[in-house]
Every structure is written in structure tokens, then in C-alpha cells.
Design a protein. Structure first.
Lengths: 299, 417
């Protein structure tokens, strides 16, 4: 059979190129229409004032200046988002690794457990939020019911106390995300060659030593992937905030993602909203870059 | 021959065009998706209108309130806005200032029914022009449980009429056990629009207002406004008769009054409906009081209705549709389907109102109603204000500090306007 290489060397190169472009056409058009053009327009809008009803007005860097230097709510949102990420990520990594080690064995019915831990991942965030709203409900919620029955604790307002609300959301997010990372770790665990452990055993390494010297280093690429993806997704957190707290109480759960939504679709300040989105992009990009450098440097 | 044929075909086409063109399509977006409301529009009113106006085709959609502003803005930006759309009266200024609304004054002048709407037409007033034909309204009134009143030795026929009486009643009605509040004397929303709306009622009762005459400066941090917020916060921090239960986004939870967790709260008619649905037994004990009186007897009432888009290509036909939905019989059906307040004076005695003394009280209270200020940046001002009211409620700032800081922020928003 003649391959494209044959035609490239001996035939009509233009034809080969055309065919190539034709094949990538669907995905190129798709990305252009749904991602690149909107991104470009949004970048342009970040230098304007635009309320969707009257034409956009060029204001230069004014939006960026306001947000970076005179927007208390943006600072609060950034702090909340960072705190959220800092709490969610380590908890998620420790738990999902633990679960992965636990379910990485050949005992009967283990798939049932794997499925159970994975279920929250495929649950829609809005549906999950509704359930957790009920779990956290101060008067009739499941959590307070259990706490008062078994520990005789007074009702706690999990989402209504400004000091607790963000942590309550963290707990739910960890529950929601742990299954996904567990599967990643599980795949990572199963890719570690068994002879490494055998060699370690012969050398007399304890299970803890095996974990520290073999499992953890071998899982580094997975951890690295989980941290980057986790950073991106926690920094974009929106769904549960919208469904559960609307950023309150006292702005304690206002994340940058929610702030963008509020500016864009409550106040119709598309310019400011776009500018926040690009600042968020720079932050996520910077953090990811740091992460890459760190892992390259360490190993 | 060929030419004659071409001319003949062309003239036939030309002649038949008006026949096709006679039928105009008018698109209408209704806000809200209660089943009863949609049924009335789809199964009764639209067929009725189309039968009476064979030349107009109505294309009707229902948009959830939460998505309404977003969808409208997108539709206007994309040039596919509906001819007629429903929104709250407070949305008037934003759309009118952007030049997207057709003023209705000249249309209203030729419509004898307009007088029947009375002051409710003012809901859509912006810079001296009217833009809205109201469809239904809601107000905030004090709702209380007669059984708890009797239990506390109060007369259910004499609800509080002043701030002092409200405070005394709330104290008498609160029930504490082991130092914890098991029944609130008065349930107050502690955040968001609801908290802001209740404070607004108190602000007006105390003789204060939001903005100066030409809406260029915030004046709600006046001594009247501060006293109103101090009064509100007092229920929580001084008297301890109100919980700080956070209720934003938790409308799925059963109403606290239906659970017996509170004796009084400021409700909109929809919340009465929720109690009725959750527990018809409790609803029998629920009563509605007229607005409190201090310097004035007043509370927030707002109306939603139909706007005519400036971009509409069939304004005459669109106005026919608005007139039809605003007719007495249409409004009776629409309001009965949702338990809302009809904006027409002649409907104050309609059947569905006469049957429920609580809805009747809401209709009676309409005469003390006052709408939100109509300024283009209202949503943003309101949210800024809500955030500071929340800070005062949580005790982070004193009422005066909170309102002063809110006023400074609102002034900045007004300056951008």
C-alpha cells in the first residue's frame, strides 16, 4: 500500500497537504469557534467597558488597574480561592493515594469499592450540591442530626458561619474529587513493576520504607499531573459556590470564578469580568510553570 | 410568449405577497416557569389571542427568572431580542438607559384601561417616561402564627403596628431552652437581597430614602437609615430573638414557619404559598399584618410586567399582544395561577383573592407599597448595600460604619453611571 509518505516524495505535495488539512479541519474549526475566537474576543473586551446592550467602549488598561489595585472583593476572592486550593489539594492527594493503595489488591468485591469511591465524580456538581445543602442544613440536616445524636453537640451552621463555610465546601469538594485521583493513582500503582518490591523485600525493607523509596517516587508523574489539574480546577471553582452559598456569608466563599460570573451576568460588566478571567489565567499559568520547574529540579 | 409568461408569473407572485405578509409573528418572553402560569398562557391565553387576531402569530417562551437578564442581554447583543418581554420593574432603568425599550406613553394614552392600573404603572417609570405594563406584583408584609400569639398571651387580631410593638411581640414569642433559641420571635434573612429589602421597608418607615433627588448620591446612611439597621440588628444581638441562620440558596429547605421554628417573618406571597403546600394545617394559623408605621406606613411592593423592545419590527402588533395580556380577564387568570397580586384596581375583589384572607391582606397592603429605586446600576448598588448590611448583622461593623462604607461604595457606582 502506498502511504502519504510515498505521495509526499513522488506525487503532488499540495494534494497531500490539502488532505492533511481536511482531516484536521473538524477539530480546528471546532476549537476556533468554541475556544480561540471567544478567547480573542474576551481579551479584546477586557480593555473595554461593555454591558452587551450598548457597543463596547475602549478604556485601555482601566479594568486591570481597578481590579489589581482598587478592588477589595477581588483580593478577598483571590485569598479565598488560594485557601480553597491549599486545603483541597493536599487532602485530596493524601486521601486518594490512601484509597488507591487500599483498593489496589485482588480481593473479592473490590470493584464495588472502586465504583463507590468513583461515584461522586460522575455526579453532577449541582445535584451533589443539593444533597450537601441538605447534609449541612442546620435544623434538619444529616450531619447535625448525627452529631447531636451521638455527641450531643448543638447544631452547627456549616455554611452560615463565615469561619466554617469555606471549609465545609472543601470537605464536599474532596469527597467529590477523590475518586478521580484515586483512579489515576491506581493506574500509577499498577504500572510500578513488581520486581522493585521483590528486590526491596529481599533487602529487608519494611512496608513503610517500600512506600517511601519505591511507591511515592514512582508515582511522582501522577502526583505532578494531579497537582496541576487540581490547581486549574480549584482555581476555577464555581458550580458549588453558585448552588450552595452564592459567595456568602460575608464573602467568605466568594471565589474568583464566582466573581467573574457575578461581574459578567449580574452586573453585565463584561470588560471587568474578562479582565479578571485573564488575570486568573496568568495566575494559573504561573503556578503551573512553578510546578513544572519544581518537579524538574527535584527529579 | 416567454416574456408574457414571465410578467404573468411575476404579477401573480406580487399579488400573492400581501397575503403571505399579512401574518406577523410576535415573540413574547415570559419570566418564570410555574406550571400553572405556563398552562394558562399556553392553553388559554395564546389560543384566545390568536383566534381574536388571525393576522398575528404569537411565539411564546418561558425563561427562568435567574437566567432572564443574561438571556435578554445576549439576545439584544445578537439582534434576536423578542418583541415583548417580561421583567421586574426594577429592570426598567437599565434597559431604558441603553435605549432598548420603547416608551409606552403614547400607547397608554390611547388605552382606556390604563387608568385601572393606577400607581402600579409607576413601576416602569424612568426619567418621566413609562415603559412597563404590570402583570403581577409581590410585596413584603409581616406574617405571623395566630396559635403562637395565643400561646404567648397576645391577641392574634392585633398584630404589631409599630417598631416598638414588633419588638415586644418578638420578645414575647421567642422560646428558649437551655439558653438556645428553639423558636425565633422573628425570623430575619441575614444576607442577600432579602435582608436588604426588609431593611429598605424600615428605612422608608423611618422617613429615610436610598438616594438624593436626582439619584447621584447615596443618602441611606442618614440617621433614619442607621436607626433602621440598628433596630434590625437588635433582634439578633440585643434581644436574642432571631437566629443567624444563613438561608441564601437554600430555598429547598422547608419554610421555618411551617416547621414551627419561627413565630413571625416578613414574607412575600410566594412564601405563603410554600407554607400552604408544605403544611395546610399550619397555614390555617398563618395571618398577615399591614405594614408597620413609624413616620410613614410603607413597605416594598414591586411589579413585573411586559416591556416593548425598541428593536421590534412589529410594534403595533406587539402592543396588541401587551394589551391582551394586560386585559382584566387575562390578568385575573395569570394572577390566580400563581397567587400573585393583580396590578389592576378592579381585580382587588376577584374570586381567588376573596377566598384567601392572607392574599386579600396583601392586596390591601398595596396602597402602602413603594417600589425599588429605578436607576440603571440598581443591581450593583443593591448588592453592595446587601454586603454591608450583612457585615452589620454579623457584628463585623457597627450599623453606622456599615452604612457609611456602603454609601461610599454606592457613590462610586453612581459616579460611573
Amino acid at each position: 500500500m502506498k502511504t502519504w509518505r510515498y505521495y509526499w516524495r513522488n506525487g503532488d505535495r499540495r494534494h497531500v497537504m490539502l488532505m492533511g488539512y481536511l482531516f484536521i479541519c473538524p477539530v480546528v474549526i471546532y476549537s476556533l469557534v468554541t475556544a480561540f475566537v471567544p478567547m480573542a474576543v474576551s481579551f479584546y473586551l477586557s480593555f473595554t467597558r461593555y454591558n452587551m446592550l450598548t457597543p463596547a467602549k475602549w478604556v485601555g488598561l482601566a479594568n486591570y488597574r481597578t481590579i489589581l489595585f482598587a478592588d477589595d472583593l477581588f483580593r478577598t476572592a483571590l485569598r479565598n480561592t488560594a485557601q480553597y486550593a491549599v486545603e483541597v489539594l493536599p487532602a485530596n492527594i493524601i486521601l486518594s493515594l490512601g484509597l488507591a493503595v487500599l483498593v489496589n489488591r485482588a480481593i473479592r468485591g473490590i470493584t464495588l469499592f472502586r465504583t463507590a469511591y468513583y461515584l461522586p465524580v460522575v455526579t453532577s456538581i449541582i445535584a451533589a450540591s443539593m444533597i450537601w445543602l441538605w447534609i449541612y442544613q442546620p435544623d434538619a440536616g444529616l450531619l447535625n442530626l448525627l452529631l447531636s445524636r451521638f455527641f450531643h453537640l448543638p447544631p452547627i451552621d456549616w455554611l452560615g458561619n463565615p469561619r466554617l463555610a469555606l471549609h465545609s465546601l472543601v470537605l464536599m469538594r474532596v469527597w467529590k474529587g477523590v475518586g478521580w485521583n484515586m483512579v489515576l493513582y491506581l493506574a500509577g500503582l499498577q504500572g510500578i513493576p513488581g520486581y522493585l518490591y521483590e528486590a526491596a523485600k529481599i533487602d529487608g525493607a519494611s512496608p513503610a520504607q517500600q512506600f517511601r523509596a519505591i511507591t511515592w517516587p514512582m508515582l511522582k508523574p501522577v502526583t505532578y499531573y494531579i497537582i496541576i489539574m487540581g490547581l486549574i480546577s480549584t482555581f476555577q471553582t464555581f458550580g458549588e459556590i453558585y448552588a450552595m452559598t452564592r459567595g456568602g456569608p460575608l464573602d467568605s466563599t466568594t471565589t474568583v470564578g464566582f466573581l467573574i460570573y457575578q461581574r459578567a451576568f449580574s452586573y453585565f460588566e463584561m470588560g471587568e469580568a474578562s479582565a479578571i478571567a485573564f488575570i486568573l489565567f496568568v495566575i494559573i499559568f504561573g503556578l503551573s510553570l512553578l510546578n513544572v520547574k519544581y518537579f524538574q529540579y527535584r527529579g | 410568449m416567454k416574456r408574457i409568461l414571465a410578467v404573468a408569473v411575476f404579477s401573480v407572485l406580487l399579488l400573492s405577497m400581501p397575503v403571505f405578509a399579512q401574518k406577523t409573528t410576535v415573540t413574547v418572553w415570559f419570566a418564570g416557569t410555574p406550571q400553572g402560569f405556563m398552562d394558562v398562557i399556553n392553553n388559554e391565553l395564546v389560543p384566545e389571542f390568536e383566534a381574536a387576531n388571525p393576522n398575528i402569530d404569537l411565539t411564546v417562551s418561558f425563561v427562568p427568572w435567574g437566567e432572564l437578564s443574561t438571556k435578554l442581554a445576549t439576545a439584544f447583543a445578537g439582534g434576536v431580542a423578542p418583541d415583548v418581554f417580561m421583567h421586574g420593574g426594577a429592570a426598567t432603568a437599565g434597559f431604558a438607559a441603553s435605549g432598548r425599550l420603547e416608551p409606552l406613553d403614547s400607547y397608554l394614552a390611547g388605552w382606556p384601561d390604563a387608568a385601572d392600573f393606577g400607581a402600579t404603572l409607576e413601576s416602569g417609570l424612568y426619567k418621566g417616561k413609562r415603559y412597563l405594563v404590570p402583570m403581577f406584583g409581590a410585596g413584603r408584609l409581616l406574617v405571623y402564627r395566630a396559635d403562637f400569639f395565643r400561646e404567648a398571651g397576645l391577641d392574634p387580631a392585633k398584630p404589631p403596628t409599630t417598631w416598638e410593638e414588633l419588638r415586644a411581640a418578638a420578645t414575647a414569642l421567642a422560646v428558649k431552652k437551655d439558653g438556645r433559641l428553639v423558636r425565633e420571635g422573628l425570623d430575619l434573612p441575614i444576607a442577600g437581597i432579602d435582608a436588604q429589602q426588609i431593611w429598605a421597608g424600615l428605612l422608608w418607615q423611618n422617613g429615610g430614602d436610598f438616594f438624593n433627588e436626582d439619584s447621584t448620591k447615596a443618602v441611606f446612611n442618614s440617621p433614619e437609615g442607621v436607626a433602621a439597621l440598628e433596630f434590625l440588628v437588635g433582634f439578633i444581638h440585643k434581644d436574642g430573638v432571631t437566629d443567624t441562620r444563613y438561608d441564601v440558596g437554600q430555598s429547598t429547605a422547608p419554610p421555618p414557619m411551617a416547621l414551627g421554628k419561627t413565630a413571625m417573618f416578613f414574607a412575600v406571597p410566594e412564601e405563603l404559598n410554600q407554607i400552604k403546600t408544605y403544611s395546610p394545617e399550619v397555614y390555617k394559623e398563618v395571618r398577615v399584618a399591614l405594614p408597620l408605621k413609624r413616620k410613614a406606613q410603607v413597605t416594598l411592593y414591586s411589579f413585573s410586567g411586559l416591556f416593548l423592545s425598541k428593536d421590534s419590527k412589529h410594534k403595533a402588533q406587539a402592543w396588541e399582544a401587551i394589551k391582551f395580556f394586560g386585559s382584566k380577564s387575562s390578568l385575573a387568570k395569570i394572577n390566580a395561577s400563581m397567587g400573585t397580586l393583580p396590578p389592576r384596581k378592579s381585580l382587588a375583589t376577584a374570586d381567588f383573592i376573596a377566598h384567601d384572607p392572607n392574599i386579600k391582606a396583601f392586596v390591601e397592603g398595596m396602597q402602602y407599597g413603594k417600589p425599588n429605586p429605578n436607576i440603571p446600576t440598581w443591581v450593583k448598588c443593591r448588592d453592595a448595600l446587601s454586603r454591608y448590611i450583612e457585615k452589620a448583622i454579623f457584628g463585623q461593623l457597627s450599623p453606622k460604619e456599615a452604612l457609611d462604607q456602603a454609601a461610599a461604595e454606592v457613590d462610586k457606582i453612581l459616579a460611573q453611571q
